[in-house]
Design a protein around this ligand. Structure first.
Ligand code: ARG
Length: 412
C-alpha cells in the first residue's frame, strides 16, 4: 500500500501508460486510471486492461459522450465557437469535461492528486490544470511528462523495462487526438507549415478530389440554437453529430489547416478534421442571420470570439464563461428552423433556410411587384442619418473661407 492516491487521465497511449509505473516509483502513489469516453475510436475495455497491466490499482472507464454533446458541444455551437476563426475547439472542449470527471473520481476514491500526460509545451496542460484548480483547489496536479526528461526512445525503453507492451497497430509519425467534435493531427512533416499536409495525415475525411461527383444535401433542424434533426429524422445530439461526421466527411468536408497561437506563446501547425462541427456552425450561422436583428448579430460576434478564446485558454469553469453562456442562451429563443446544406467535394454551402421567426419579408425585399417598402421615406431617413457627416464636413471647410479666417483671427 502506497501513501498517496492519484487519479490519472488515461488514454492508453505510450505517455499515460509510462506514467503509471513512473507515478508509483517517483511519487510513491497508487494510481487510479480514468478513461473518459468522449467519442474517441478504439476498444476502451482494452484500454482499461492496459491500465491494469501497467500497474494501475484500479482502472475506470466512464461514458461521457452524451454529457460532452449536451453540456460542452451544444453551448459551443450556439456560440459558433471557432478559435482564431477556424478551429472548432474539439480537443479544447473535451478537457474541462475530463477534468470534471478526474475531480469526481478523486473525491470518490479519496485521492489527493490528479495526473495527466500532457507535456509542458501544449494547451492541454493549461486546460487540465485550470479545470482542476477551479473545481477542486485542494487537489494537487501532477504532470509526469512535464517532470521527466525522457524523449520518445527513452520512454520506449522505460516501457519495455516495466513490461508495458507498446500499442498495437502501425506506428505513425503523427500525434492525434480524437473525439466526437473532431480529430487533431500534429507532428511529423506537418511541423513544416510550408508543406501541404499529405493525404495520409487524414483519417476521417475523403480527399475532396476523390469525393463523389454528385452533391449530397442534408437538412438540419434547429430548436433554440441546438440541432435536433437531420433530414426530418429526430436524433439525440450525440447521434446527430456522429451521422454528420460520416456524411460530411465522405464528401471531403471538414479539413482545416491551421497555424495556431498556443496559450504558451508557441505558434504551431495543426491539422484538424471536423466535418460535423463545420457544417453545423455554418448552418447555425445561416439560421441566425435569418432570425436575429443586425445589432444582436454584431454584438454576439464579439461575445463568440471571447467565448472561443476562453475555451481554448482553459477557462471553461469561470464566472465570465458562464455569464457569456447566459447571454448566448438568451439570443437563441428564436433560433428555430431548418437549414439545407449542400456538401460537395470539400465544401459545405448553405442551400436554403427557413424559420417561423424569419425576419425576411418578401414584401420589403422584393424588386418585383408586391413591393411594400415606402421608398420616398428613405430620403428623410438618409438626411438625418447623414447629419453628423454633413456637420463635420462643413465645420472642416469653414476656416478656408476668408471671412471665417478673419473672424477667427479677431477672436484670438
Ligand atoms: N492544438 C489543439 C488544441 O490546443 C489540439 C491539441 C491536440 N492535443 C493532443 N494532445 N494531441 O486544442
Amino acid at each position: 500500500m502506497s501513501s498517496k492516491r492519484v487519479v490519472l487521465a488515461y488514454s492508453g497511449g505510450l505517455d499515460t501508460s509510462v506514467a503509471i509505473p513512473w507515478l508509483r516509483e517517483k511519487k510513491d502513489a497508487d494510481v487510479i486510471a480514468l478513461t473518459v469516453n468522449v467519442g474517441q475510436p478504439g476498444d476502451l475495455e482494452r484500454v482499461r486492461e492496459r491500465a491494469a497491466n501497467a500497474g494501475a490499482t484500479k482502472a475506470i472507464v466512464v461514458d461521457a459522450r452524451q454529457e460532452f454533446a449536451e453540456t460542452f458541444i451544444a453551448p459551443a455551437l450556439r456560440a459558433n465557437a471557432l478559435y482564431e476563426g477556424v478551429y472548432p475547439l474539439s480537443t479544447a472542449l473535451a478537457r474541462p469535461l475530463i477534468g470534471r470527471h478526474l475531480v469526481d473520481v478523486a473525491r470518490q476514491e479519496g485521492a489527493s492528486a490528479i495526473a495527466h500526460g500532457c507535456t509542458g509545451k501544449g494547451n492541454d496542460q493549461v486546460r487540465f490544470d485550470l479545470s482542476t484548480t477551479a473545481l477542486a483547489p485542494e487537489l494537487e496536479v501532477i504532470a509526469p511528462a512535464r517532470e521527466w526528461s525522457m524523449d520518445r526512445d527513452a520512454e520506449v525503453a522505460y516501457a519495455r523495462a516495466h513490461g508495458i507492451p507498446l500499442a498495437a497497430g502501425p506506428s505513425t509519425p503523427y500525434s492525434t487526438d480524437e473525439n466526437l467534435w473532431g480529430r487533431s493531427v500534429e507532428c511529423g512533416v506537418l511541423e513544416d507549415p510550408a508543406i501541404e499536409p499529405p493525404e495520409e495525415a487524414y483519417g476521417w475525411t475523403t480527399s475532396p478530389q476523390a469525393a463523389p461527383d454528385a452533391p449530397a444535401y442534408v437538412k438540419i433542424a434547429f430548436e433554440r440554437g441546438t440541432p435536433v434533426a437531420i433530414n426530418d429524422h429526430a436524433l439525440p445530439l450525440l447521434d446527430l453529430i456522429g451521422e454528420l461526421n460520416r456524411t460530411a466527411g465522405a464528401a471531403g468536408v471538414g479539413r482545416i489547416d491551421h497555424v495556431e497561437s498556443r496559450v504558451v506563446g508557441i505558434k504551431s501547425r495543426e491539422v484538424y478534421e471536423c466535418p460535423a462541427a463545420m457544417v453545423l456552425i455554418d448552418a447555425h450561422r445561416a439560421l441566425e442571420a435569418l432570425v436575429l436583428p443586425r445589432d444582436l448579430l454584431e454584438f454576439k460576434r464579439t461575445v463568440e470570439q471571447r467565448y472561443a478564446q476562453m475555451i481554448y485558454d482553459g477557462l471553461w469553469f469561470t464566472p465570465l464563461r458562464e455569464a457569456l453562456d447566459a447571454f448566448v442562451v438568451a439570443t437563441q429563443t428564436r433560433v428555430t428552423g431548418e437549414v439545407a446544406m449542400k456538401l460537395y467535394k470539400g465544401s459545405a454551402t448553405v442551400a436554403g433556410r427557413r424559420s417561423p421567426y424569419s425576419l425576411y419579408q418578401h414584401g420589403l425585399a422584393t424588386y418585383s411587384s408586391g413591393d411594400r417598402f415606402r421608398q420616398e421615406m428613405a430620403e428623410g431617413f438618409i438626411y438625418v442619418w447623414g447629419l453628423p457627416a454633413r456637420t463635420w464636413s462643413s465645420a472642416g471647410s469653414r476656416p478656408t473661407t476668408p471671412t471665417a479666417r478673419a473672424s477667427q483671427v479677431r477672436l484670438y
